[in-house]
Design a protein around this ligand. Structure first.
Ligand code: RAM
Length: 343
């Protein structure tokens, strides 16, 4: 009789523990050696993009420090919202603890990420954001205004403030690129940039071959083109190659956002004088820490609070649920080799 009571009490206590633990894992409850792993899925715009490979490396660094975290790195082969929806559906069935996502569309993914959140999965977007309803937090790499203005300024510096320019972007629905393009267009209305004219905006979908074809198209249909701004690491690399292949080095300058490891050769060829980027390793690292705080229901993990991002320090979350990291850094022939060893 006594024995039956003990067994019953254990079962009931276990049930309570399961209910209490639903959707959040209390700090210290299962961490450490032998504890239950926290599974954080990193869903990227598409696989095979060096920028996200670097973010993945940062996520793995964070997981190592946090000790009981497993990273599931995934994404569609081409950057589509449909591909990401399918992946999130499967992550919901796998009952992961958190999803960190760079979204291919700000709105199309919201119903599925809402469904994930309703099942207790913590959703944090990073890089390319989800609309506010679809996530708990958006981690921006940097201030969008600075990123947009910097790219116009670099293009202006390269062409002496005068001439036709074009934009080669990623996919047409990408939240981050569309925000930056909006800021670039506003910046171009300033008097200091009145000599520059935006003649075309095209989309390479963050695919090397399509970006290359679009760049060639820009060069051939705009014989007076002076600069291509590509706010994507895939696009800037492809556009630089197109300028070299069309023998237009010195006539057309490429700038935008690139990875030093992919751009060093293009700086040397002269197709690129300057480009900018933030550290994608730090971004992947910080968003993993942020997701961890939401899983652990840390008191600061809410709009108006802050998350602990390990070696990156605390990151404040504004009223809109957004946080931002450091200002973009500019690379040229003086520093590109040094950084190309890192990302
Ligand atoms: C590409 C992606 C990513 C963007 C960088 C700059 O790798 O589009 O979202 O932040 O470029």
């Amino acid at each position: 009789m006594k024995r039956r009571k003990i067994i019953l009490a254990t079962v009931v206590a276990g049930l309570f523990a399961t209910v209490a633990g639903c959707g959040e894992k209390k700090a210290g409850a299962e961490g450490g050696a032998g504890g239950e792993k926290i599974r954080i899925a990193m869903v990227v715009k598409s696989l095979g993009n060096g920028f996200f490979d670097a973010a993945h490396a940062g996520a793995n660094d964070a997981a190592k420090e946090l000790k009981n975290v497993e990273i599931i790195y995934t994404g569609p082969t081409t950057p589509s919202a449909e591909g990401q929806i399918e992946i999130i559906n499967s992550l919901i069935s796998q009952k992961v603890d958190a999803i960190v996502i760079s979204a291919n569309d700000p709105n199309a993914l919201v119903p599925i990420t809402k469904k994930a959140m309703a099942r207790g999965i913590k959703v944090v977007s990073f890089d390319s954001g989800l609309a506010k309803d679809g996530r708990l937090m958006q981690l921006n790499p940097s201030n969008a205004q600075l990123i947009g203005e910097k790219q116009i300024q670099m293009a202006s510096d390269a062409i002496g403030g005068k001439g036709e320019i074009a934009i080669l972007s990623a996919s047409a629905q990408a939240t981050n690129q569309n925000i930056w393009i909006g800021i670039m267009k506003d910046t171009l209305t300033k008097p200091e940039y009145s000599g520059m004219k935006l003649v075309a905006t095209v989309y390479g979908d963050d695919q090397s071959d399509k970006s290359y074809r679009e760049a060639i198209g820009l060069l051939r249909s705009n014989p007076n083109l002076k600069a291509i701004i590509s706010p994507t690491t895939v696009g800037i690399n492809a556009a630089s190659k197109a300028v070299v292949d069309e023998k237009l080095v010195g006539k057309v300058f490429v700038t935008g956002l690139g990875l030093p490891s992919e751009m060093a050769g293009h700086v040397k060829s002269g197709a690129v004088r300057e480009f900018a980027i933030w550290n994608p390793i730090d971004l992947g690292y910080a968003v993993t820490y942020a997701a961890y705080d939401f899983v652990k229901a840390a008191p600061g993990a809410k709009a108006g609070g802050s998350v602990n991002a390990g070696r990156m320090g605390a990151i404040a979350i504004d009223a809109n649920g957004e946080g931002a990291m450091a200002a973009p850094f500019v690379y040229d022939k003086g520093n590109v080799d040094k950084f190309s060893k890192i990302f």
